[in-house]
Design a protein around this ligand. Sequence first.
Ligand SMILES: Nc1nc2c(ncn2[C@@H]2O[C@H](COP(=O)(O)OP(=O)(O)OP(=O)(O)O)[C@@H](O)[C@H]2O)c(=O)[nH]1
Ligand SMILES: C[C@H](OP(=O)(O)O)C(=O)O
Length: 286
Amino acid sequence: MFSPPSQVRRVVASISGFTIATPSVNAQPRGRSSLRLTVPPSSSAAIAPGAGSASRLPALRPGERGPRCRSAWWQDSRVTTAATSFTVLVPVKPPVRGKSRLAGLPDDQRQRLAAAFALDTITAARATASVGEVMVVTDDHAFAATARERGCTVLPDGVSGDLNATLVQAAHEAVRRWPGSGLAALCADLPALRPEDLAGALAQVPAGGAAFVADAHGTGTTMYAAAVGHFDPHFGVGSRAAHLRAGATEIPGRIASLRHDVDDVGDLGRALVLGVGTETALASGR
Ligand SMILES: Nc1nc2c(ncn2[C@@H]2O[C@H](COP(=O)(O)OP(=O)(O)OP(=O)(O)O)[C@@H](O)[C@H]2O)c(=O)[nH]1
Ligand SMILES: C[C@H](OP(=O)(O)O)C(=O)O
Protein backbone atom coordinates (compact mmCIF):
# COMPACT_ATOMS: atom_id res chain seq x y z
CA MET A 1 0.00 0.00 0.00
CA PHE A 2 2.77 2.41 0.86
CA SER A 3 6.26 2.12 -0.51
CA PRO A 4 9.10 4.43 0.51
CA PRO A 5 11.00 6.39 -2.09
CA SER A 6 14.62 5.54 -2.66
CA GLN A 7 16.08 8.62 -1.05
CA VAL A 8 16.40 9.06 2.67
CA ARG A 9 17.59 12.35 4.06
CA ARG A 10 19.91 13.13 6.87
CA VAL A 11 18.60 15.40 9.58
CA VAL A 12 20.87 16.74 12.24
CA ALA A 13 19.27 18.70 15.01
CA SER A 14 20.32 20.00 18.34
CA ILE A 15 18.25 21.20 21.22
CA SER A 16 20.18 22.97 23.92
CA GLY A 17 23.32 21.03 23.14
CA PHE A 18 21.47 17.79 22.47
CA THR A 19 22.51 16.49 19.05
CA ILE A 20 20.43 14.19 16.89
CA ALA A 21 21.63 12.62 13.65
CA THR A 22 19.64 10.39 11.34
CA PRO A 23 20.97 7.88 8.81
CA SER A 24 21.25 8.99 5.23
CA VAL A 25 20.92 6.90 2.10
CA ASN A 26 21.43 8.22 -1.36
CA ALA A 27 20.41 11.84 -0.76
CA GLN A 28 21.71 15.31 -0.11
CA PRO A 29 20.27 17.38 2.71
CA ARG A 30 18.24 20.38 1.63
CA GLY A 31 18.20 23.62 3.56
CA ARG A 32 19.82 23.63 6.98
CA SER A 33 21.79 20.62 8.06
CA SER A 34 22.20 21.83 11.61
CA LEU A 35 19.26 23.00 13.66
CA ARG A 36 19.18 24.62 17.03
CA LEU A 37 16.30 25.37 19.33
CA THR A 38 17.24 27.90 21.95
CA VAL A 39 15.69 27.05 25.27
CA PRO A 40 16.15 29.44 28.17
CA PRO A 41 18.18 27.93 31.04
CA SER A 42 15.07 27.98 33.20
CA SER A 43 13.39 25.63 30.74
CA SER A 44 16.02 22.92 31.09
CA ALA A 45 13.99 20.90 33.55
CA ALA A 46 11.15 20.78 31.06
CA ILE A 47 13.32 18.70 28.72
CA ALA A 48 13.04 15.75 31.11
CA PRO A 49 10.41 13.27 29.90
CA GLY A 50 6.77 13.81 30.73
CA ALA A 51 5.20 11.92 33.58
CA GLY A 52 3.10 9.79 31.23
CA SER A 53 3.82 6.12 31.73
CA ALA A 54 2.82 5.30 28.16
CA SER A 55 5.76 7.22 26.68
CA ARG A 56 8.53 4.86 25.61
CA LEU A 57 10.84 7.64 24.49
CA PRO A 58 14.10 8.19 26.34
CA ALA A 59 14.79 11.05 28.71
CA LEU A 60 16.56 13.95 27.00
CA ARG A 61 18.74 16.30 29.00
CA PRO A 62 20.88 19.23 27.90
CA GLY A 63 24.22 18.02 26.65
CA GLU A 64 23.08 14.41 26.40
CA ARG A 65 23.60 12.61 23.10
CA GLY A 66 20.48 10.95 21.79
CA PRO A 67 19.89 7.79 19.78
CA ARG A 68 19.99 7.70 16.03
CA CYS A 69 16.58 8.08 14.50
CA ARG A 70 14.76 7.75 11.23
CA SER A 71 14.38 10.72 8.96
CA ALA A 72 11.16 12.11 7.55
CA TRP A 73 12.07 10.94 4.06
CA TRP A 74 8.50 11.05 2.80
CA GLN A 75 8.28 14.82 3.15
CA ASP A 76 10.26 15.55 0.03
CA SER A 77 8.77 12.83 -2.11
CA ARG A 78 5.01 12.71 -1.88
CA VAL A 79 3.61 9.23 -1.99
CA THR A 80 0.03 8.72 -3.12
CA THR A 81 -2.08 5.89 -4.39
CA ALA A 82 -5.54 5.74 -5.88
CA ALA A 83 -7.00 4.94 -2.44
CA THR A 84 -8.73 8.10 -1.24
CA SER A 85 -11.16 7.08 1.41
CA PHE A 86 -10.79 9.54 4.34
CA THR A 87 -11.34 13.23 4.73
CA VAL A 88 -9.06 14.43 7.52
CA LEU A 89 -10.14 17.49 9.51
CA VAL A 90 -7.21 19.37 11.05
CA PRO A 91 -8.24 22.05 13.58
CA VAL A 92 -5.67 24.80 13.96
CA LYS A 93 -5.91 27.34 16.75
CA PRO A 94 -4.49 30.67 15.50
CA PRO A 95 -0.72 30.34 16.09
CA VAL A 96 -0.71 33.68 17.90
CA ARG A 97 -2.61 31.86 20.70
CA GLY A 98 -1.71 28.23 20.02
CA LYS A 99 0.80 26.06 21.87
CA SER A 100 0.52 28.19 24.98
CA ARG A 101 2.38 25.51 26.96
CA LEU A 102 5.51 26.44 25.00
CA ALA A 103 5.37 29.76 26.81
CA GLY A 104 8.91 29.22 28.16
CA LEU A 105 10.19 29.97 24.67
CA PRO A 106 10.39 33.45 23.16
CA ASP A 107 6.92 34.37 21.94
CA ASP A 108 7.85 34.70 18.27
CA GLN A 109 9.44 31.25 18.35
CA ARG A 110 6.38 29.75 20.04
CA GLN A 111 4.20 31.14 17.25
CA ARG A 112 6.56 29.91 14.53
CA LEU A 113 6.63 26.47 16.09
CA ALA A 114 2.84 26.33 16.43
CA ALA A 115 2.44 27.08 12.72
CA ALA A 116 5.26 24.70 11.80
CA PHE A 117 3.74 21.79 13.75
CA ALA A 118 0.47 22.34 11.91
CA LEU A 119 2.13 22.57 8.50
CA ASP A 120 4.11 19.39 9.07
CA THR A 121 0.94 17.66 10.25
CA ILE A 122 -1.03 18.59 7.15
CA THR A 123 1.89 17.73 4.86
CA ALA A 124 2.04 14.24 6.33
CA ALA A 125 -1.74 13.87 6.17
CA ARG A 126 -1.75 14.87 2.51
CA ALA A 127 0.97 12.33 1.79
CA THR A 128 -1.07 9.52 3.31
CA ALA A 129 -2.38 7.07 0.74
CA SER A 130 -5.83 6.62 2.27
CA VAL A 131 -6.41 10.37 2.75
CA GLY A 132 -8.37 11.95 -0.06
CA GLU A 133 -8.87 15.44 1.36
CA VAL A 134 -7.40 17.48 4.18
CA MET A 135 -9.75 20.11 5.54
CA VAL A 136 -8.08 22.67 7.79
CA VAL A 137 -10.41 24.32 10.27
CA THR A 138 -9.06 27.64 11.46
CA ASP A 139 -9.90 31.28 12.09
CA ASP A 140 -6.36 32.38 11.21
CA HIS A 141 -6.37 34.00 7.77
CA ALA A 142 -2.62 33.77 7.23
CA PHE A 143 -2.47 30.10 8.13
CA ALA A 144 -5.58 29.52 6.00
CA ALA A 145 -3.82 31.00 2.95
CA THR A 146 -0.76 28.82 3.49
CA ALA A 147 -2.91 25.72 3.96
CA ARG A 148 -4.71 26.43 0.69
CA GLU A 149 -1.36 26.79 -1.08
CA ARG A 150 -0.50 23.34 0.26
CA GLY A 151 -3.63 21.87 -1.32
CA CYS A 152 -5.98 21.86 1.67
CA THR A 153 -9.56 22.99 1.85
CA VAL A 154 -10.09 25.55 4.61
CA LEU A 155 -13.11 26.23 6.76
CA PRO A 156 -13.47 28.79 9.57
CA ASP A 157 -14.49 27.72 13.07
CA GLY A 158 -18.20 27.07 13.19
CA VAL A 159 -18.55 27.55 16.95
CA SER A 160 -15.95 29.93 18.34
CA GLY A 161 -14.16 28.63 21.39
CA ASP A 162 -15.70 25.15 21.12
CA LEU A 163 -13.30 22.77 19.39
CA ASN A 164 -15.60 19.74 19.46
CA ALA A 165 -18.68 21.56 18.17
CA THR A 166 -16.53 23.17 15.47
CA LEU A 167 -15.30 19.73 14.40
CA VAL A 168 -18.84 18.32 14.25
CA GLN A 169 -19.91 21.19 12.01
CA ALA A 170 -16.85 20.74 9.79
CA ALA A 171 -17.61 17.02 9.58
CA HIS A 172 -21.07 17.74 8.20
CA GLU A 173 -19.59 20.08 5.61
CA ALA A 174 -16.98 17.49 4.66
CA VAL A 175 -19.65 14.85 4.12
CA ARG A 176 -21.66 17.30 2.02
CA ARG A 177 -18.61 17.92 -0.19
CA TRP A 178 -17.17 14.42 -0.28
CA PRO A 179 -19.94 11.94 0.45
CA GLY A 180 -18.71 8.40 0.89
CA SER A 181 -15.38 9.33 2.46
CA GLY A 182 -14.54 8.37 6.01
CA LEU A 183 -14.02 11.15 8.55
CA ALA A 184 -11.12 11.72 10.92
CA ALA A 185 -10.11 14.67 13.10
CA LEU A 186 -6.37 15.01 13.56
CA CYS A 187 -4.66 17.31 16.04
CA ALA A 188 -2.31 19.82 14.42
CA ASP A 189 0.56 19.35 16.86
CA LEU A 190 2.10 16.22 15.36
CA PRO A 191 5.35 17.44 13.75
CA ALA A 192 6.86 13.95 13.60
CA LEU A 193 3.79 12.40 11.92
CA ARG A 194 4.56 9.81 9.26
CA PRO A 195 2.05 8.86 6.58
CA GLU A 196 2.41 5.15 7.20
CA ASP A 197 1.40 5.58 10.84
CA LEU A 198 -1.67 7.60 9.89
CA ALA A 199 -2.56 5.09 7.18
CA GLY A 200 -2.12 2.23 9.64
CA ALA A 201 -4.45 3.86 12.14
CA LEU A 202 -7.09 4.77 9.57
CA ALA A 203 -7.07 1.18 8.35
CA GLN A 204 -8.23 0.12 11.82
CA VAL A 205 -11.24 2.43 12.01
CA PRO A 206 -14.27 0.13 12.19
CA ALA A 207 -17.04 0.71 9.67
CA GLY A 208 -19.98 2.42 11.31
CA GLY A 209 -18.27 3.06 14.65
CA ALA A 210 -15.95 5.55 16.29
CA ALA A 211 -12.26 5.04 17.02
CA PHE A 212 -9.39 7.10 18.38
CA VAL A 213 -5.63 7.15 18.92
CA ALA A 214 -4.38 7.97 22.42
CA ASP A 215 -1.42 10.29 22.82
CA ALA A 216 1.99 9.12 24.04
CA HIS A 217 1.19 10.20 27.60
CA GLY A 218 -1.84 7.89 27.60
CA THR A 219 -4.35 10.55 28.68
CA GLY A 220 -5.14 12.57 25.55
CA THR A 221 -6.18 11.92 21.98
CA THR A 222 -4.38 12.72 18.74
CA MET A 223 -6.88 11.35 16.22
CA TYR A 224 -10.58 10.61 16.33
CA ALA A 225 -12.49 8.98 13.48
CA ALA A 226 -16.14 8.08 12.96
CA ALA A 227 -18.89 8.01 10.38
CA VAL A 228 -20.80 11.29 10.36
CA GLY A 229 -23.79 9.92 12.28
CA HIS A 230 -21.43 8.79 15.04
CA PHE A 231 -19.01 11.71 14.86
CA ASP A 232 -18.94 13.00 18.44
CA PRO A 233 -15.37 13.98 19.42
CA HIS A 234 -14.45 14.72 23.03
CA PHE A 235 -11.10 16.46 22.64
CA GLY A 236 -9.88 18.24 25.75
CA VAL A 237 -8.36 17.33 29.11
CA GLY A 238 -8.73 13.58 29.76
CA SER A 239 -10.00 12.93 26.24
CA ARG A 240 -8.80 9.31 26.11
CA ALA A 241 -11.08 8.39 29.00
CA ALA A 242 -13.88 10.53 27.55
CA HIS A 243 -13.67 8.76 24.20
CA LEU A 244 -13.69 5.36 25.89
CA ARG A 245 -16.73 6.36 27.97
CA ALA A 246 -18.47 7.45 24.78
CA GLY A 247 -17.95 3.98 23.32
CA ALA A 248 -15.15 4.72 20.87
CA THR A 249 -12.64 1.96 20.14
CA GLU A 250 -9.02 2.66 21.03
CA ILE A 251 -6.69 1.98 18.11
CA PRO A 252 -3.68 -0.07 19.27
CA GLY A 253 -0.25 -0.40 17.79
CA ARG A 254 3.22 1.05 17.53
CA ILE A 255 2.25 4.24 15.76
CA ALA A 256 4.64 6.49 17.64
CA SER A 257 4.64 9.39 15.23
CA LEU A 258 0.85 9.65 15.46
CA ARG A 259 0.83 9.45 19.24
CA HIS A 260 3.52 12.06 19.75
CA ASP A 261 1.79 15.41 20.07
CA VAL A 262 3.91 18.35 21.21
CA ASP A 263 2.51 20.28 24.13
CA ASP A 264 5.68 21.38 25.92
CA VAL A 265 9.42 21.68 25.41
CA GLY A 266 10.04 18.14 26.61
CA ASP A 267 7.62 16.81 23.97
CA LEU A 268 9.47 18.85 21.35
CA GLY A 269 12.79 17.28 22.31
CA ARG A 270 11.27 13.82 21.92
CA ALA A 271 9.69 14.78 18.58
CA LEU A 272 13.11 15.88 17.33
CA VAL A 273 14.43 12.45 18.24
CA LEU A 274 11.62 10.78 16.28
CA GLY A 275 12.37 12.98 13.28
CA VAL A 276 10.26 16.05 12.58
CA GLY A 277 9.12 17.55 9.29
CA THR A 278 10.84 20.31 7.38
CA GLU A 279 8.85 23.20 8.85
CA THR A 280 9.46 22.23 12.46
CA ALA A 281 13.11 21.60 11.76
CA LEU A 282 13.44 25.12 10.36
CA ALA A 283 11.39 26.71 13.14
CA SER A 284 13.61 24.99 15.69
CA GLY A 285 16.71 26.47 14.11
CA ARG A 286 18.69 29.53 15.06
N1 LIG B 1 -9.95 25.62 14.88
C1 LIG B 1 -9.69 25.47 16.18
N2 LIG B 1 -8.73 24.62 16.57
C2 LIG B 1 -8.48 24.50 17.89
C3 LIG B 1 -9.19 25.21 18.88
N3 LIG B 1 -8.70 24.87 20.10
C4 LIG B 1 -7.73 23.97 19.88
N4 LIG B 1 -7.58 23.74 18.55
C5 LIG B 1 -6.69 22.77 17.90
O1 LIG B 1 -6.98 21.50 18.48
C6 LIG B 1 -5.80 20.75 18.74
C7 LIG B 1 -5.60 20.52 20.24
O2 LIG B 1 -5.55 21.79 20.82
P1 LIG B 1 -5.08 22.18 22.30
O3 LIG B 1 -4.12 21.19 22.84
O4 LIG B 1 -6.30 22.47 23.08
O5 LIG B 1 -4.35 23.57 22.04
P2 LIG B 1 -2.90 23.85 21.51
O6 LIG B 1 -2.87 25.16 20.84
O7 LIG B 1 -2.45 22.69 20.67
O8 LIG B 1 -2.00 23.89 22.82
P3 LIG B 1 -2.16 24.73 24.20
O9 LIG B 1 -2.42 26.16 23.86
O10 LIG B 1 -0.85 24.54 24.88
O11 LIG B 1 -3.31 24.08 24.92
C8 LIG B 1 -4.70 21.56 18.06
O12 LIG B 1 -4.64 21.13 16.73
C9 LIG B 1 -5.22 22.98 18.14
O13 LIG B 1 -4.63 23.81 17.15
C10 LIG B 1 -10.21 26.11 18.43
O14 LIG B 1 -10.89 26.78 19.21
N5 LIG B 1 -10.41 26.20 17.09
C1 LIG C 1 -6.99 18.35 22.62
C2 LIG C 1 -6.15 17.62 23.61
O1 LIG C 1 -4.85 17.67 23.17
P1 LIG C 1 -3.61 18.19 24.05
O2 LIG C 1 -4.12 19.23 24.97
O3 LIG C 1 -3.04 17.00 24.72
O4 LIG C 1 -2.72 18.71 22.97
C3 LIG C 1 -6.58 16.16 23.79
O5 LIG C 1 -5.70 15.32 24.06
O6 LIG C 1 -7.76 15.88 23.66
